[in-house]
Ligand binder design. Structure first.
Ligand code: AHR
Length: 489
């Protein structure tokens, strides 16, 4: 028997909607084939952008999309992707599969995608192989309405008014694929580059510095100390990689129970990472003005057999759904510092929410977790204490129940998961100082290695009534391997 206690009198603050953000890189079939098929494609599209994918993203109320990378961002030169299609420069995507990139999806196409989805853009500029002038002019092209040559060029390319892009990344993984820099060197570079990313009129940038990988607290320390006051956000990248090493990662659909517990326990380390980096940030920024931007997270398994190793295509099972639930609950609880997070990546890459094969599309279990969690966006976080037995063994142990809660417009949203892959659990939910009038539930459940495939997609979020409402508690019968949302009035 597990117990969840929600205390509506205690809150870490508002859960930023941007925690439910996503990431789309020029990598494998995320952009080409996944989100963009071109206007001449027989696949239904508007201005070349796949309509089925847009509809799926709109249904999630997807708040923000990060682009063009990733590692790709630091070899991307934005001018290659504007103007008439036939004149666009071709390049080889050296990071991802060595394929030819024809740059048919560029700035205008990305911002059109965001318009269709109804989300905000988050663009990462090139520090690794680009100049300050190049980055500065990209911002001008996007955000200025002055009568400059750059703005005239934008207008000649069909866009009259500035877009007003707000979220602006200054390099990606500058400690790695973005230039192999040390923290001191990058902090200086960050200050130079961001200085020339101008604020145009009402179009104010939210500037995001490249932050650490996983537990690299030295990077955070140096960045906060040297450049903290010049940034609005600091990124953090952390992937869940079960297996003995990066080269011997688990397979996405074939794994043991031990592999499963290792995966979810590793995902839960996000909590420690946020606390460790958060403590350093608190020292330099006690008001928590600088947001922690976890702009790459999710599972990273072996690629599926027979696929290009550079395309990072992996299937997505209920194990991924559990990783998403554990991680999103952690982000909710740390909403006083985590302002944005972007799961990697939206379509066909790593922990994707959407998979496509030519004209077919399936939604993954991870998609449905985002669907079940969407009411947390912009809601007030509520303290949520969980008492439950532990699962797993050795260093990979964690509570078998994860949960988080929030309140908006008089309605409490409680998301809760039974991580046990084999056994159902009864969970008693208590709301301190409140009486429960009504509860509506939805649930995603399935075998831990089940997944949605083309032509066979059994997993989805469905209505849930496996609970009884008592005077001051709700008794929930959670099936094995399940993620549920309770909307409580
Ligand atoms: O998401 C795939 C890659 O992982 C990104 O390009 C990079 O930033 C990270 O190493």
């Amino acid at each position: 028997m597990a117990k969840i206690t929600v205390n509506p009198a205690k809150s870490a603050g508002t859960i930023s909607r941007y925690i439910y953000g996503h990431f789309a890189e020029h990598l494998g079939h995320c952009i080409y084939g996944g989100l963009y098929v071109g206007e001449d494609s027989p696949i239904p599209n508007e201005k070349g952008i796949r309509s089925d994918a847009v509809e799926a993203m709109k249904a999630l109320k997807l708040p923000v999309l990060r682009w063009p990378g990733g590692c790709f961002a630091d070899e991307y030169h934005w001018r290659d992707g504007i103007g008439p299609l036939e004149k666009r420069r071709r390049m080889v995507n050296t990071n991802w599969g060595g394929v030819v990139e024809d740059d048919s999806f560029g700035t205008h196409e990305f911002l059109e995608l965001c318009r269709q989805v109804g989300c905000e853009p988050y663009i990462t500029g090139n520090v690794g192989s680009g100049t300050i002038q190049e980055m500065s002019e990209w911002v001008e092209y996007l955000n200025s309405d002055g009568d400059s040559t750059i703005v005239r060029e934008r207008r000649a390319n069909g866009r009259e008014d500035s877009w007003g892009v707000r979220f602006w990344g200054v390099g990606n993984e500058s400690w790695g694929c973005g230039g192999l820099m040390g923290p001191d060197y990058y902090a200086d570079q960050y200050k130079r580059y961001q200085n020339f990313c101008r604020q145009y009129g009402k179009n104010k940038l939210y500037k995001i510095a490249c932050g650490p990988s996983d537990g690299d607290t030295e990077w955070t320390e140096v960045l906060m100390k040297k450049a903290g006051k010049f940034m609005d956000g600091l990124s953090l990248h952390s992937y869940t990689v079960p297996g003995p090493s990066w080269n011997e990662k688990n397979r996405a659909t074939v794994f043991t129970r031990d592999d499963y517990w290792e995966t979810v326990a590793k995902a839960a380390r996000m909590d420690r990472l946020i606390r460790d980096h958060g403590e350093i940030m608190d020292r330099y920024d006690p008001e928590k003005r600088v947001g922690l931007i976890v702009d790459e997270w999710g599972t990273w398994f072996q690629v599926e057999e027979g696929t290009n190793p550079g395309f990072l295509f992996q299937q997505n099972t209920m194990r991924d759904a559990m990783v998403a639930a554990v991680t999103l609950d952690i982000f909710n609880r740390h909403c006083d510092r985590v302002y944005m997070a972007n799961i990697a990546q939206t379509v066909n890459v790593l922990q994707a929410i959407i998979l496509t094969k030519d004209e077919q599309m399936v939604l993954t279990p991870t998609y449905y977790v985002f669907d079940l969690y969407k009411d947390h966006m912009d809601a007030k976080e509520l303290e949520c204490r969980v008492e439950a037995d532990e699962g797993g063994s050795g260093e990979y142990r964690l509570k078998k129940v994860t949960a988080s809660a929030s309140e908006k417009d008089g309605k409490i949203t409680l998301t809760m998961s039974n991580l046990d892959p084999d056994a159902a659990q009864d969970v008693t939910v208590r709301l301190e100082g409140r009486t429960v009038k009504g509860v509506e539930g939805r649930i995603l459940q399935g075998k831990v290695d089940a997944y949605n495939d083309f032509g066979n997609a059994p997993l989805k979020a469905e209505p849930f009534s496996g609970f009884e409402i008592g005077a001051d508690e709700i008794r929930v019968h959670m099936p094995a391997c399940a993620v549920a949302t309770l909307n409580i009035t």
